[in-house]
Ligand binder design. Sequence first.
Ligand code: ADP
Ligand code: ZN
Ligand code: ZN
Length: 725
Amino acid sequence: MTVTGHIARIAVPKPLPQLFDYLVPENLKPPAIGSRVRVPFGRQSLTGVCITLDPEDAHQAPKPLLAVLDDGSVLGDEIFQLGLWLASYYQHPLGEVLGTLLPAEARRGSELKIHRERIWQLRNSEAAPRRAPKQAALIGYLKQNHGCASHRALREAGFSQTVIRALAGKGLIVAGEAADPETSPPRGAATSGRHALNAEQQAAMVQLQNEGTGFVPTLLEGVTGSGKTEIYMRLIEQVRAQGRQVLVLVPEIALTPQTLSRFEARFGSASTMHSGMTDQQRLQTWLRCRAGEEGILIGTRSAVLTPFKNLGLIVVDEEHDGSFKQQEGLRYSARDVAVKRAQTLQIPLLLGSATPSFESLHNAQTGRYRHLELKHRAGGAVMPSFNLLDIRGHTLSDGVSDRLQRIIATHLEAQGQVLVFLNRRGYAPSYLCPTCGWAAICGRCDMRMTLHRKPPGLICHHCDHRIGLPAACPSCGNGHLLAVGLGTQRTEAGLRAMFPDTPLYRIDRDTVRSQKRLEESLRLINSGAPAILVGTQMLAKGHHFPNVTLVAIINADAGFCSADFKAPERTAQLIVQVAGRAGRAERPGEVWIQTYQPENPILTALVKEGYQGFARREMATRRAGGLPPFRPMALLRAESHEPKAALGFLETAREAIRHRHRTEIEALGPAEAPIPKLADRYRYQLLLLADTRAQLHRALHVCAELPLTARRLRWSLDIDPYDTF
Ligand code: ADP
Ligand code: ZN
Ligand code: ZN
């Protein structure tokens, strides 16, 4: 074979730290940096990305490339550079990072071509066919839509192929291609649903406009229902008016039809990017964003990796939300990546939340972010009152105290709706034999299995292992087994017995499996009649339930006694977010929190001083402990079928780090993980803390030298971990 003599250095999508060199055969053009190539790899052929051409230290006698798939860089310079940054910041193999940045379809090596939509344009609006009502209706539809509509929109509006073809045949409509936003159906400056800003919103808006363009990160801390979304939309309008693109990141759970329709009502159209899309749909959206053809992209975590031609603003809604952190593979935080991108592109960034993460609060307090506040609810609704309900010495029935039962009854009688929150699905977290002490334990995790009644069975909530309900104790044969503890199904059953005439909706991962069922429940709830809603954090976020006047949190204590140092922060955020569902319309709301620890300082701070008071107190504890956000942290996890292998691996890592960076790094552990065994693997972890990020990253380079797949051992590095489970 003849070769050009060029050598291309390629990142392949494998968990390997190194890059690989390939010869460029004579019949191929040398690949551009950032373009996709097909390369032989072992017995496979893989789609990699060209990192450099003709590196000085090229390897000897490399194999030839099979194909060059693109003329230029696929990702564009900004995202390619972002890839290099991600690989270094998260200490993750570059090939896998670039694989994550490419949509699945592109990773497979498919051609990257935008599927143009056929657009039908009205030629002659006067000559409406009189005796063909469907054709006349189509012409009427086009008139209403500025004379044009996409083929898909027409089909969705109920016009058949036959009707479209008939009109085209008469020359009354003509087809074109939507090549760019100018010839696409108008996507636009609709202004429906626009509120006149209240004084607080106005003040925030003035501040936001003051700085003009450039990298201006802002934390918008506004209580639930304070009109943050209205502010996002005003800013978006301005950026769109300059013809620039906007990226809006929302938590997984918030990408409800409600959110999307709110944006659509305002801007005519917005595209979405989320895990429920097909690969081809994702690719198309990705390509249109890259080409500058999408004005607004609303998406969950991975949307932050989308290339844009002319991005002018990034909004991160509910910036504290855990779904922004990827928990496997490349463990990136979409919020932090958004900050990085806004900085690179020198554009404004808006982080919004009623319960900001400590990281963002810290950045605001140290002046790195501008801090804007909305302290009141927009449009007249008032904040709900917070109350602790001391249940020491009380008997609970299915989690509900007598007093709470009376409070619920009062709200239902006053035609209000009641939301009952507890953070555990299933019926009961333990299933025991009172005679011999047997307990249902997951054989793979050594943890208790949760009893489910609907449908009946035992489920391990850690590894999802499922077994049928034993008819009798497997150990002694006793037929009367005991359900201990509380889950949503149990509270549902209890409340049904207490309030047999009130409709009850349970919303948790088990009932939300079907989107249709969720939407039906939401529709019934929003009809406003008295009802009880029981659920997990699925109820906490994004939903607007105008008629909920009471929020009851029935087991708040659990979250405050976790082994994880971030658990209080997450629990407080959850409580405030759930509480924020109360009193969102005309009628004021009440929040009741059942607790066995009414003197718990964290809980009382939260109730008396709100999230800000809580955060001040809890952040002081973090500062004293030298924990994030005051010092950067990394978590090295290892798991193995043999506990010794995992522990030994982490001990080696700790010694290597101590040896070279003794003074710079504080290493805690290795210790058993809070979930010590998961799906047959024993889990250990080593926490690493430093005073500066540079110090931490220097030490983490040691990890690059650790064997990536030691025998029967899996390990991972989590930079800025969201939790330490
Ligand atoms: P957040 O995003 O802070 O939770 P939203 O933007 O969803 O708040 O606003 C909460 C409610 O208040 C919504 O129903 C919204 O339509 C309404 N709203 C927002 N701004 C105003 C305003 N200036 N005047 C009246 N109602 C408003
Ligand atoms: Zn028994
Ligand atoms: Zn299990």
